[in-house]
Structure formats: structure tokens, C-alpha cells
Design a binder for this molecule. Structure first.
Ligand code: PAF
Length: 282
């Protein structure tokens, strides 16, 4: 495994690969790796000649300073996990200064309104931070394919827009959500849940599965009301939002249209830990 902590050293190494015209797969992460990340790396391994994984806790995408400070960081443990699935991986784990060169600010992006829905409403500036870092990483690594999990479905749509609007030459691959045995979507934040809360959190996926069933015969509003009522009975879970939205524009479904694809999105707090999930309704 090749590990680089500076972009200049990484790009000097990658130059020999770019010249060969090989497929480079890229999995961007903020570390605290779990099975979900490892499944992205496995997808990358299957489809590319070389594979790059970045580990970088990006400060500009955190709208909450405590969340940034509490974000788990354990590079050695992450490297060990990558080694188990991809012993020949190229790992990029830069410092904030190497990436931002003293200007730790986001650029401002227009994603045709996708940025104003759901996560965008509740985490102001988040998607500008994501766009800033993802664009920088694509420009440094110049990957052929880049892999993003569908757990952050809105982020996946944002990155696809970023690529089209900026004419970036990379193919974006969305990968299915990886779940724990009880259905809870894998997330680095799950580590912060107590055993009891982790069990309670299984309700999120159960609700999404029932949403899928109910949406076959009920309106988006009826399903949304049912979700709110169901969660009101569970004191330990606080609903931040539940939305049934058009998969492409992420606009709320007011009146269902036959030729659109819909997805249900949910964000909750359990003991101050924010969890998100989503499910296709088609
Ligand atoms: O999904 C994440 O972990 C981050 O948002 C990403 C894409 C690595 C950018 O920092």
C-alpha cells in the first residue's frame, strides 16, 4: 500500500499512472471507515486498474464545530481496514493546510436548487464545502471513476451536478446502502450510539420499508403524517425531517406523477447524534 500525506508527492506518483492511460478508481472518505466504505473500495477494485482512497476530515463541510471536533480520527485503524480489502491501494491522507493552503473556505456552487432541499436546509453551507473538497480531490487525482454511497443520496446527486456543470472528466458511480444486521444504515456516527440507542435506531429502516409499502396506495402527505405520528411515540428519536421527493430534482412530491421516480428521505436525532437514511419508492 502506498500512503501519501502531501498532494505534491501523490501527483508525482500518479503521473506515471496517468501516462499509462489506465483506469483509476477513487473512493473519497473522511476516515472512521466501516463496511460501507469497504464495499465502495471493493466496487472500485472490480472496475479499475489502480485505486485511490482519500482520508480527509474536510472542515469546510461542517456547519457545527462540535461535530467537526468530535469526528472520529484514527488513521492507523483506517489503514488496517483498507489493507484487508485492497493491499495495493494508494491512500491519500493530507493535512488541512496541504489541501487548503491557508484559505480554509468553501467556494460557492450552484447545483440547480438541489442544494436548497433537505440536508441543504438543515446544514447551511454543507454542500458548498462538499463541492469544494470533491472538486479539489478530483483535480488532484484525476480519477476515471469515483464511488459514492447512496446513504448520502443528496450528496451523490450534488456531485453528479458538480461534474456536469464543471465539465469534469470523471464517471460518478452510486453504490447501494450497506446496512447493519438490524437494518441501520452504516455510518461513522453509529459508533457514537449506545447499545440501546443502536437497537432503537433500527426503527428508521423499518419506517422506510413501511413507507415503501404505504406509498403504493397512499399520497406522500398521508405517508408523511403516518411517519410523524409513529415517531412521536418514540421519545428517544426526534424527527428532523421526512420527505418524499423526486429522485432527480429532490423537490418534495406534492402531486405524484407517473413518469417520475421517488425516494423517501429521513433525518433523525438519537441522543444528539444525527442519522440520515433513504429508500427508493419505485
Ligand atoms: O461522504 C463523505 O464522507 C464526504 O462528504 C466526502 C465525499 C468524503 C467529502 O468530504
Amino acid at each position: 500500500m502506498q500512503i501519501f500525506k502531501e498532494k505534491a508527492l501523490l501527483t508525482a506518483y500518479l503521473k506515471t499512472i496517468w501516462d499509462k492511460n489506465c483506469a483509476i478508481g477513487f473512493v473519497p472518505t473522511m476516515g472512521a471507515l466501516h463496511q460501507g466504505h469497504l464495499s465502495l473500495i471493493k466496487n472500485s477494485l472490480d472496475e479499475n486498474d489502480y485505486n485511490v482512497v482519500s482520508i480527509f476530515v474536510n472542515p469546510t463541510q461542517f456547519n457545527n464545530i462540535q461535530d467537526l471536533e468530535k469526528y472520529p480520527r484514527d488513521l492507523d485503524a483506517d489503514l488496517e481496514k483498507i489493507r484487508t480489502v485492497c493491499p495495493n491501494c494508494i491512500v491519500f491522507a493530507p493535512t488541512v493546510n496541504d489541501i487548503y493552503e491557508g484559505n480554509t473556505n468553501s467556494k460557492s456552487f450552484n447545483y440547480d436548487g438541489i442544494e436548497n432541499e433537505m440536508e441543504g436546509k438543515h446544514r447551511p453551507g454543507h454542500f458548498d464545502g462538499v463541492g469544494t473538497i470533491v472538486k479539489k480531490l478530483f483535480e488532484i487525482i484525476k480519477p476515471t471513476n469515483a464511488y459514492f454511497g447512496e446513504k448520502d443520496f443528496q450528496q451523490l446527486q450534488i456531485v453528479k451536478k458538480l461534474v456536469v456543470k464543471n465539465n469534469l472528466k470523471v464517471n460518478i458511480v452510486g453504490c447501494p446502502i450497506f446496512r447493519e444486521a438490524n437494518g441501520l444504515a452504516m455510518s461513522s456516527r453509529n459508533e457514537r450510539l449506545s447499545k440501546k440507542d443502536r437497537e432503537e435506531a433500527a426503527l428508521i429502516y423499518k419506517i422506510l420499508l413501511t413507507t415503501q409499502e404505504k406509498f403504493a396506495s397512499r399520497s406522500a402527505k398521508e405517508v408523511g403524517d403516518w411517519v410523524k405520528k409513529t415517531l412521536e411515540k418514540h421519545e428517544s428519536i426526534t424527527l428532523e425531517y421526512f420527505e418524499i421527493a423526486d429522485e432527480t430534482t429532490l423537490k418534495t412530491c406534492i402531486k405524484r406523477s407517473k413518469n417520475k421516480e421517488y425516494r423517501a428521505f429521513i433525518a433523525v436525532f438519537i441522543d444528539n447524534i444525527r442519522l440520515i437514511d433513504n429508500i427508493s419508492l419505485n
